[in-house]
Design a protein around this ligand. Structure first.
Ligand code: ATP
Ligand code: MG
Length: 450
C-alpha cells in the first residue's frame, strides 16, 4: 500500500476520552472510530489487524479439527425461553421486537442456536464427536462500556461448541480447546495464562479463563510466578491423542493460577512466598464444560449404541477477538506508539523515503516495495511529500515491526537502513539484502491478511 493513497487518519493529540494506552493508541493510529457508546467502526488499519487475528483463530481451530460455520447476530427469543435464559440473562441482553411483534435479541452468545441446529440434524452417536464454531459479532449491553474495544457493547468473538457422547469425550474436547488456545495466543505474540475461573450465566463446573497480565486488566489474578515460565512453543501436537492433550492441560494448569472469583487463600499461601504474585489481567478467552445443561433443557439427544436416547455432553469456548487487538497493544507498546508482534502486524514493514521527489530515492523505494510484494509481503510505503520527522513519528505510532529507510546519502554507498521497531537497532544493508532479511524474518509468520 502507498500511504498517499491509503486512509490512515492519525491524530497528533491524545484524545481526552481514552483512559488506557491501548484505547488512546488505537484512536491515534486511526484504527477505530466510536460510532456509539461501546460500538466502533474499524478503520482500514484496525480492520487489517482484526482480520489477521480472525485468520489465526480459524487456522488454529481447523488444525484442532473444529469446523467453521456462521450463525446470525439476531436470534429469536423462543429458543432462549426454552433454555430458561431469556429471563436469566438480564439487562445485558439487547431485546428487539420486529414489525410483527415477535421478540428477538442480538445474540450475546450462541448456545441455544447451536443446540437447535444440532438437534435438528444430528441423530446418532456415530456422528459424534463434533465441534462447530463461528466468529461473529456479539452484543452485550454492558453497564459501563469502556477502554475502547476492550469492553465494548458490540464485539467480535469466536465461540465454539463441542458435542460428545460421554463426559470423558467432552473433557477431551475441553483439553483440545485449551491446547489450541495456547497456540493461538502465542502466535499473536501474547502470553495468556489459563486460570481456574467461575462459570457465570453459561453454567457448569469446569472452566478456565485465559488472562494476559497487564496493569489495566479488569480481573484480579493470583498465581505462582513459575506459571509465566511455561510456553507452548512449536511442539507438534496430535489433537486426537487424548493423553497428549491431557498432558498439556496438566502442565499448564497444575501450578496455582486463579482469578479472584475462585481464589483460595490457603492454597495460595502454600506457594513459596517469593513466587506468590497478585496482579491484574485481561480476559481474552474462556473454555467451559457444562455437561448436559442445554441438551437436557432443549432435548438434544442422540441415539446411543444401545438404541436408547442419550443427552449429549457439551462445552463452549470463546476467544475475544476484538478485545485481543487492545490486549496486544497493552502488552506491546512504548511511549512512541504501538509495537506489533510479527504474527499480527497490519503491514509487514514500512518504507520511508526521506527525500520524496529525488529520482534515485524514489526508484529505490519503488524497487523495494515491489520486491517485498513479490515475496508475498505487505509493505506500507510512505511516499507522501512530507518532512522525514513526521514520517518517522507516524510510522512509530502505527507500530510496524520493521522499517526500511531510504535516502540519497545511504544510496550513494549502496545501502538502506533496516530498523527494528522493538529494539530501535538499525543495520545498513544493500536493498536486496534488506528485502531478503525481511523475507526470512516473516518466513514462519505469514498469516493471510486483507
Ligand atoms: P467479562 O468477564 O470480561 O465480561 P465474559 O466472561 O462475560 O467477559 P465470555 O462469555 O467468557 O465473556 O466471552 C468470551 C470472551 O469474549 C471473553 O473472554 C472476552 O475476551 C470477550 N468479551 C466478553 N465481553 C466482552 C466485551 N464486552 N467487549 C469485548 N470483548 C468481550
Ligand atoms: Mg468469560
Amino acid at each position: 500500500m502507498r500511504l498517499s493513497r491509503y486512509f490512515l487518519p492519525v491524530l497528533r493529540e491524545n484524545p481526552a476520552e481514552a483512559q488506557i494506552v491501548s484505547h488512546r493508541l488505537m484512536l491515534r493510529a486511526g484504527m477505530i472510530k466510536q460510532a456509539a457508546s461501546g460500538i466502533y467502526s474499524w478503520l482500514p488499519l484496525g480492520f487489517k489487524v482484526l482480520r489477521k487475528l480472525e485468520n489465526i483463530v480459524h487456522e488454529e481451530q481447523m488444525r484442532a479439527g473444529h469446523i467453521p460455520m456462521l450463525m446470525p447476530t439476531l436470534q429469536s427469543a423462543d429458543l432462549w425461553r426454552e433454555s430458561g435464559r431469556y429471563d436469566d440473562y438480564g439487562e445485558e441482553m439487547l431485546r428487539i421486537t420486529d414489525r410483527h411483534g415477535r421478540d428477538m435479541l442480538y445474540g450475546p452468545t450462541n448456545e441455544e442456536l447451536i443446540t437447535d441446529i444440532f438437534r435438528a440434524h444430528v441423530g446418532s452417536y456415530k456422528d459424534l464427536p463434533l465441534t462447530l464454531y463461528h466468529i461473529q459479532w456479539k452484543f452485550r449491553d454492558e453497564v459501563r462500556p469502556r477502554f475502547g474495544v476492550m469492553r465494548g457493547r458490540e464485539f467480535f468473538m469466536k465461540d465454539g461448541y463441542n458435542f460428545d457422547l460421554t463426559k470423558k469425550d467432552a473433557l477431551h474436547a475441553y483439553n483440545r480447546h485449551l491446547v489450541s488456545y495456547l497456540r493461538t495466543y502465542e502466535r499473536m505474540g501474547l502470553q495468556a495464562i489459563p486460570m481456574r475461573a467461575d462459570s457465570g450465566p453459561i453454567g457448569g463446573d469446569d472452566t478456565h479463563e485465559f488472562l494476559v497480565l497487564a496493569d489495566t486488566g479488569e480481573s484480579e489474578v493470583f498465581y505462582d510466578s513459575k506459571v509465566t515460565d511455561l510456553s507452548f512453543g512449536d511442539r507438534e501436537i496430535d489433537y486426537d491423542d487424548v493423553a497428549q492433550c491431557q498432558g498439556v492441560l496438566d502442565e499448564f494448569t497444575s501450578l496455582y493460577a486463579r482469578t479472584d472469583e475462585t481464589h483460595d487463600e490457603a492454597l495460595f499461601n502454600a506457594i513459596p512466598e517469593e513466587r506468590r504474585r497478585t496482579a491484574r489481567g485481561i480476559e481474552v478467552g474462556q473454555i467451559f464444560y457444562f455437561g448436559t445443561k442445554y441438551s437436557d433443557a432443549m432435548g438434544a439427544n442422540v441415539q446411543g449404541p444401545d438404541g436408547k436416547p442419550v443427552p449429549v455432553h457439551m462445552g463452549s469456548h470463546g476467544i475475544g477477538v476484538s478485545r485481543l487487538v487492545g490486549a496486544i497493544i497493552e502488552a506491546s507498546h512504548d511511549d512512541k506508539g504501538i509495537i506489533w508482534p510479527e504474527g499480527v502486524t497490519p503491514f509487514h514493514a514500512g518504507i520511508i523515503n526521506v527525500k520524496q521527489g529525488d529520482s534515485e530515492a524514489d526508484a529505490a523505494c519503488e524497487a523495494i516495495y515491489k520486491s517485498l510484494q513479490a515475496l508475498g509481503l505487505d509493505p506500507l510505503y510512505d511516499d507522501r511529500d512530507e518532512r522525514a520527522g513526521g514520517k518517522f513519528a507516524s510510522m512509530d505510532l502505527i507500530g510496524l515491526p520493521w522499517r526500511i529507510t531510504v535516502g540519497p546519502r545511504g544510496l550513494k554507498n549502496g545501502v538502506v537502513e533496516l530498523t527494528s521497531r522493538r529494539t530501535g537497532e538499525s543495520e545498513d544493508l544493500p536493498p536486496k539484502q534488506a528485502v531478503e532479511k525481511l523475507a526470512q524474518i516473516y518466513a514462519g509468520h505469514l498469516v493471510k491478511g486483507i
